[in-house]
Write a protein that binds this ligand. Structure first.
Ligand SMILES: Nc1ncnc2c1ncn2[C@@H]1O[C@H](COP(=O)(O)OP(=O)(O)O)[C@@H](O)[C@H]1O
Ligand SMILES: Nc1ccn([C@H]2C[C@H](O)[C@@H](COP(=O)(O)OP(=O)(O)O)O2)c(=O)n1
Length: 228
């Protein structure tokens, strides 16, 4: 099925992808693919089952058989693994780092590909990740690469975690962000990089609304639709 209403948003951790994608999906009433959540769920399930994070074969088998569903609960979306809500277990730095590790394995990435492509349904899709515009949906007409300085991204994560009551150190967050950036950008398969035809937005000095407005303007131009 051809669905041309597609926006891909790739970028490093803390650049604002998740926030911006949720706003766009709500405003346009399109579906949302949080591909990072799939890698996080896989990493969480592997940690639970004591599967080593470099065991490509077992991880790929797990990826193929993972019983995951995203269920709307009125205010947001519950993430169910084998029917159990694990949404609050996924956003820790331990799971984020483990996700980045399993994501560097080619067999794992190919095992998750069909699952991600299946999200492209009418009336449209906002796809959030690292390789949405380069590998999963290269046909997208609107591709965004959202960036921000590592220091700004660490500050945002710090604020976010402090708001949730976690006692965290900004120096440690910055070092984890830099380590994950390095792994995501330098892996052999589907590295984090802007697609040749991506529009790069540096959000370091922009508000969330300014980023959303830039993407909506580009979407109107490229897809010739009204986003009012
Ligand atoms: N342009 C921005 N200016 C200030 N804070 C932002 C901006 N974009 C996102 N944030 C905040 O930064 C934090 C991380 O954003 P998030 O959307 O989770 O990033 P990502 O999905 O890219 O990792 C959130 O608390 C979010 O509210
Ligand atoms: N399309 C994707 C999405 C995420 N990943 C990997 C790389 C990331 O470090 C981890 C976690 O991604 P996620 O988007 O949830 O992380 P952030 O919210 O940006 O911190 O998964 C990937 O390799 N490809």
């Amino acid at each position: 099925m051809s669905v041309s209403n597609l926006i891909t948003i790739d970028g490093p951790s803390g650049s604002g992808k998740g926030t911006v994608c949720h706003i766009l999906a709500k405003k346009l009433q399109w579906h949302l693919l949080d591909s990072g959540a799939l890698y996080r769920i896989l990493a969480y399930a592997a940690l639970q089952k004591n599967i080593l994070l470099n065991d490509s074969k077992k991880l790929a088998d797990l990826a193929l058989t993972l019983d995951v569903s995203f269920v709307s609960n009125g205010t947001g979306v519950d993430t169910l693994l084998a029917g159990k809500n694990i949404g609050d277990k996924l956003r820790t730095e331990i799971v984020g780092t483990a996700a980045s590790e399993v994501a560097s394995i080619e067999l794992v990435r190919s095992a998750l590909l069909a699952r991600q492509k299946a999200f492209l349904q009418k009336p449209g899709l906002i796809a959030d990740g690292r390789d949405m515009g380069t590998v999963v949906f290269p046909e997208a007409k609107v591709k965004i690469f959202l960036d921000a300085s590592a220091e700004e991204r660490a500050q945002r994560r710090f604020n976010q975690l402090q708001d949730k009551g976690f006692n965290v150190s900004i120096a440690q967050i910055l070092s984890e962000i830099k380590e994950r950036d390095y792994r995501d950008r330098n892996r052999a398969i589907a590295p984090l990089q802007p697609a040749d035809d991506a529009f790069v937005i540096d959000s370091t000095e922009l508000t969330i609304n300014e980023v959303v407005e830039q993407i909506l303007t580009l979407t109107e131009l490229k897809l010739k639709i009204s986003t009012e």
